[in-house]
Design a protein around this ligand. Structure first.
Ligand code: F6P
Length: 354
C-alpha cells in the first residue's frame, strides 16, 4: 500500500507553540500512521508557489521549545482573494490542481480566524483539511483554550510584575497595553495574575471618572502608585477603539488615550508601556507545549483517518473535534458578569466602570 502524503502549514500571525504542534503531528503521522509528511511554507501561499519541504525526524529535531514557526507564516496569500496588480483574483482552482500535482491526501492547517475561514472555503470545494486553532487572543468559542494564550499571559504578567516595582519606587501610574484584539482575555488574566489595580477590557467600556476615583481612593488608603492593564481593543464609554492603522484595522495606542483621559485629574506621574509582539515571540510555556502536542497528535489521527472539515479543540481537558464552520462563526469574549470578572472585583480590581 502506498503511504499517505500529508501536508502541514501554519497561517496568520505566529504564536508560541506552533512548532510543538508541527512536531506532535509529524511524529504521530510517521510513527502511528506510517505517513509521509511535507511542510507547506508561508501558509496556503506555499500551495500556489510550490514552496514545500519534506518533514521528518531530522527536520523537526529540537523544535518543541522554539518560538515562531519552522514553516514560516503570512497574513496574506488568501487563494480566494489573492493580491495581484492592485486588485484581488481567485486562485483557488490553481491551488486545487497543485494539491493534486503534489499528491497530497490531506492537509493540517494550523492557524487563527483567517486561516480557519480559508480552510472552510477550501473544504467546501473538496480539499481535505483538518485545522488546529492558534491565537494568543484565546477568542474562539469552540475551544476552552488556544495554545499560545497562556504563554502570552505569562509574558504580560512578568511585565506587570516589573512595572509594579518601578511604579511603587517612583510613585507613578503605570499603564500597560496588551494584545488580544477585541477580546480582553490577556488583559484580564495577566491583570489578575500580576495584581493590577485597574483592568480595562473591550467587553466593559471604561469611564475616565471611574479610573480617577479608583486611583484617588488608593491614594487615600496610602498607595501612591497604580498599575493599569489595558487591552488594545478597550474603549471609553461612547468612544471608539484606538487604531495604529485604521485602514487595516490594526489596533494599538489605547494606553496613550487612557493616559490623556486621566492626566489632568490626578497628581501622579503617568508612564505608558505597549508590550506588543513580545507577547507572541519566544518559547511556549509548559501548558502550551502540552496543549500543542495534544492538538498535533489529534489532528494527525483525524487526517490519517480521512476525517476532514474538522478543528481539534479542548473541552474540559479532553481533546475533541468540532466542524470548522462552527469554530469560525463563534468568537469568545469575556463575560462581564462571569466568575473571573467577579473574582477580580472581589479582590479590589476596578474595571473602570464605576
Ligand atoms: O491575533 C493575534 C494578534 O497578536 C493580536 O493580539 C494583535 O492585535 C494582532 O495579532 C497583531 O497583528 P500583527 O502581527 O499583524 O501586527
Amino acid at each position: 500500500m502506498t503511504k499517505k502524503r500529508i501536508g502541514i502549514l501554519t497561517g496568520g500571525g505566529d504564536c508560541p507553540g506552533l512548532n510543538a504542534v508541527i512536531r506532535g503531528a509529524v511524529r504521530t503521522l510517521i510513527r502511528d500512521h506510517d505517513a509521509e509528511v511535507i511542510g507547506i511554507q508561508f501558509g496556503f501561499e506555499g500551495l500556489l508557489t510550490n514552496a514545500t519541504v519534506p518533514l521528518g525526524g531530522e527536520s523537526i529535531r529540537g523544535i518543541l521549545p522554539k518560538g515562531g514557526t519552522l514553516l514560516r507564516t503570512t497574513n496574506r496569500g488568501n487563494p480566494f482573494e489573492y493580491p495581484s496588480n492592485g486588485t484581488f483574483v481567485d486562485r483557488s482552482q490553481e491551488l486545487v490542481q497543485n494539491i493534486q500535482h503534489l499528491g497530497i491526501d490531506g492537509i493540517i492547517a494550523i492557524g487563527g480566524d483567517g486561516t480557519l475561514r480559508i480552510a472552510q472555503r477550501l473544504c467546501d470545494i473538496g480539499i481535505p483539511i483538518v485545522t488546529v486553532p492558534k491565537t494568543i487572543d484565546n477568542d474562539l468559542a469552540a475551544t476552552d483554550y488556544t495554545f499560545g494564550f497562556m504563554t502570552a499571559v505569562d509574558v504580560a504578567t512578568e511585565a506587570v510584575d516589573r512595572l509594579d516595582s518601578t511604579a511603587e519606587s517612583h510613585e507613578r501610574v503605570m499603564i500597560l497595553e496588551v494584545m488580544g484584539r477585541n477580546a480582553g482575555w490577556i488583559a484580564l488574566y495577566s491583570g489578575i495574575a500580576g495584581g493590577a489595580d485597574i483592568i480595562l477590557i473591550p467587553e466593559i467600556h471604561y469611564q475616565s471618572e471611574a479610573i480617577i476615583d479608583s486611583i484617588r481612593s488608593r491614594q487615600q488608603e496610602g498607595s501612591q502608585f497604580d498599575i493599569i492593564v489595558v487591552a488594545e481593543g478597550a474603549k471609553r464609554q461612547g468612544g471608539e477603539e484606538s487604531y495604529l492603522d485604521p485602514a487595516k484595522r490594526r489596533l494599538g495606542g489605547v494606553a496613550y488615550q487612557v493616559a490623556a483621559d486621566i492626566a489632568e485629574q490626578i497628581d501622579l506621574e503617568i508612564r505608558v508601556t505597549v508590550l506588543g509582539h513580545v507577547q507572541r515571540g519566544g518559547s511556549p510555556n509548559a501548558f502550551d507545549r502540552i496543549l500543542a502536542t495534544r492538538f498535533g497528535k489529534a489532528a494527525a489521527d483525524l487526517v490519517a483517518g480521512g476525517q476532514f472539515g474538522l478543528m481539534v479543540s479542548l473541552r474540559q481537558d479532553q481533546i475533541v473535534w468540532v466542524p470548522i464552520a462552527d469554530a469560525v462563526s463563534r468568537p469568545k469574549y469575556v463575560d462581564p458578569d462571569g466568575e473571573v470578572v467577579k473574582a477580580a472585583r472581589s479582590v479590589g480590581i476596578s474595571f473602570g466602570d464605576g
